[in-house]
Design a binder for this molecule. Structure first.
Ligand code: ASP
Length: 311
């Protein structure tokens, strides 16, 4: 009996992995989001028993990621995940906001099947492009029965959507899971699993998200030496629904900024405290007057609060 191969669907959204420069020696002066996903997968050897399908969902520099693209991507992921012959999804994406998109997809899909984001630090035209290996590794993870849920595969490591952060602006090994550590390594197409894939219920249904224009406005403010309440006052005046403060250390906030945040909270604005520290998390204490962000980084806490405040 002939066995039908399972499919891995590769969704293209742009980024440096799809970037094009005038010279193969130029790793900086390129335009992101130029090469189509069909071309990107051409150099990737298929995993035995699987075939690759592609779809171009967007073609942008991920510094410009927007809610409309997120909705479209989440809906296409939901569509493909529902197909019985699809084993997993790979999303090619710019590195700048990859951790945000990964967390967003985790929060609205909470998939059992793997959804694997990957990208590159050097454009597709580079003499030493890192995209092809990252993409091959991502396909291997999407095809693996050991993988589940949303992850980021980069430079041979598999990071969870919850912990992953871009930590370097130039090096090829640009992502870290901080003190949580990676979920696994990909070695010659095989997974060496280190810890369990985080699971949890979706915060929202990908197919029932409000129109992007109606998403509640949540902004991030930074606590720093000499901070004031001016930005918070301006945001409240402008009708902000929520504010995430990137606080110092274990969630401490400059007294002037804290006073403004408490006043905002008193007026119905939802405030969450995360830390501007790269490692660790805010540890809540009895009597905290501003709620903590449950261990999320500022950019992820912002997404979680937006989803929480959606109509
Ligand atoms: N600016 C690019 C992007 O995020 C950077 C990258 O992909 O590495 O799309």
């Amino acid at each position: 009996m002939q066995v039908t191969p399972q499919r891995i669907v590769v969704l293209g959204t742009g980024g440096t992995i799809a970037g094009r420069a005038a010279s193969a020696r130029d790793n900086l002066g390129y335009k992101a989001g130029e090469v189509g996903v069909d071309a990107l997968v051409q150099g990737v050897a298929a995993v035995d028993g699987f075939e690759l399908a592609t779809e171009q969902v967007a073609q942008l520099d991920s510094k410009d990621m927007d809610f409309g693209t997120w909705c479209a991507l989440a809906r296409r992921c939901a569509h493909w995940l529902a197909q019985a012959d699809v084993a997993g999804i790979v999303v090619t994406h710019g590195t700048d906001t990859m951790e945000e998109t990964a967390f967003f997809l985790h929060a609205v899909l909470a998939p059992v099947k793997p959804v694997v984001l990957t990208g590159a630090m050097r454009p597709a035209t580079s003499a030493a492009a890192d995209g092809p290996q990252n993409l091959a590794d991502a396909v291997a993870v999407a095809a693996s029965p050991l993988a589940q849920g949303v992850s980021v595969v980069f430079a041979g490591a598999v990071h969870s959507a919850i912990d992953v952060q871009k930590v370097h602006g130039y090096r090829l090994d640009a992502f870290s899971s901080g003190d949580a550590g990676p979920l696994a390594y990909v070695e010659e197409g095989k997974l060496r699993v280190l810890r369990a894939w985080p699971r949890g219920p979706a915060l929202r249904n990908a197919n029932a998200l409000p129109d992007p224009a109606d998403w509640p406005r949540v902004e991030i403010v930074l606590s720093h030496a000499g901070a004031s309440g001016a930005v918070v006052h301006a945001l409240v005046k402008d009708g902000v629904a929520g504010i995430v403060v990137a606080a110092t250390g274990n969630g401490t906030v400059h007294h002037a900024l804290e006073a403004a945040l408490l006043a905002a909270q008193g007026q119905g604005v939802q405030v969450r405290r995360s830390s501007r520290c790269l490692l660790g998390r805010v540890l809540p204490q009895a009597g905290d007057r501003l709620p903590d962000a449950d261990g999320l980084s500022p950019v992820k806490a912002r997404i979680a609060l937006q989803l929480e405040l959606m109509p």
